[in-house]
Design a protein around this ligand. Structure first.
Ligand code: NAP
Length: 245
């Protein structure tokens, strides 16, 4: 693997942290970006990466973060848009604030990060963009905001593939199913189901009969980032232990 610099957003914990770790193992230098720099430090320290604090939905913070990565690690040519939040509620109870927050992180965040990083990819004539979608893109009760954002991420990704392919840049989506993380723990808590029971119930409905682990997603991201995946672009891979939710 040639010398490459990656930025993984929302990488202090969960899928982002596992992905940052995996890309470091693959030989990349990795910027671990999260809301708070201090929260990103332990992940970054463990892989010899750079911890960066930025809100992906804030254009000025994003531009400053990308400038700092470029200065301290080198020009980024791999971007994993992983930062995410949920603000679940049934439609009739969903507030505008919760709608906007989810759109802000997933959609505006991916847009701002990609816009800031793509010029380095264009300059290099090579780039890899991997965006985190979800099986919720196909519709999920209580997630009108999140499922809309995750479907939007797929349209965004396909458009990036069309616009940026001529510069040696690929753009793909990984769409996880049920993965053990703080995000899904919060869901279990919200609906009042004990965590172990929640995992058992979810796993029983998954064809491979287990919950997904963060490493399952990191593996799929690693495939798209690989030098040898240059002819794979505009794709969505569901990593969900089966063909449907
Ligand atoms: P997680 O454990 O909640 O981690 C998300 C990370 O994103 C946190 O470190 C969070 O920081 C960070 N973040 C949130 N808002 C941010 C912002 N505005 N700017 C920068 N960082 C921000 O979630 P996860 O389960 O690992 O999920 C990672 C991605 O996979 C998300 O896009 C999620 O939608 C997607 N996904 C997850 C699952 C699943 O089952 N877990 C399934 C499908 C898709 P704070 O700690 O400061 O909030």
């Amino acid at each position: 693997m040639p010398d490459r610099v990656a930025i993984v957003t929302g990488a202090a914990r969960g899928i982002g942290a596992a992905t940052a770790q995996r890309l470091a193992q693959d030989g990349l230098r990795v910027a671990v970006l999260d809301l708070e720099e201090s929260a990103a430090e332990s992940t970054a320290d463990a892989i010899g990466g750079l911890a960066i604090g930025a809100d992906v939905s804030d254009a000025a913070a994003v531009d400053a973060a990308v400038a700092r990565v470029t200065k301290e690690l080198g020009a980024p040519t791999v971007l994993v848009n992983n930062a995410g939040i949920t603000r679940d509620n049934l439609l009739f109870k969903m507030s505008e604030v919760d709608w906007d927050a989810v759109m802000g992180v997933h959609l505006k965040g991916a847009f701002l990060m990609t816009r800031a990083v793509q010029k380095h990819m264009v300059d290099a004539g090579w780039g890899r963009i991997v965006n985190l979608s979800s099986t919720s893109a196909l519709g999920n009760r209580g997630q009108a905001n999140y499922s809309t954002a995750k479907a939007g991420v797929q349209g965004f990704t396909k458009t990036l593939a069309l616009e940026l392919g001529r510069f040696g840049i690929t753009a793909n989506c990984v769409a996880p199913g049920f993965i053990v993380s703080d995000m899904t723990k919060a869901t279990a808590e919200r609906i009042g189901v004990e965590w172990d029971q929640y995992v058992r119930d979810r796993a029983a409905a998954i064809p491979v009969q287990r919950a997904g682990q963060v490493e399952d997603i990191a593996n799929a991201v690693s495939f798209f980032v690989d030098e040898r995946a240059g002819f794979v672009s505009g794709q969505v891979i569901y990593v969900a232990g089966g063909p449907k939710v």
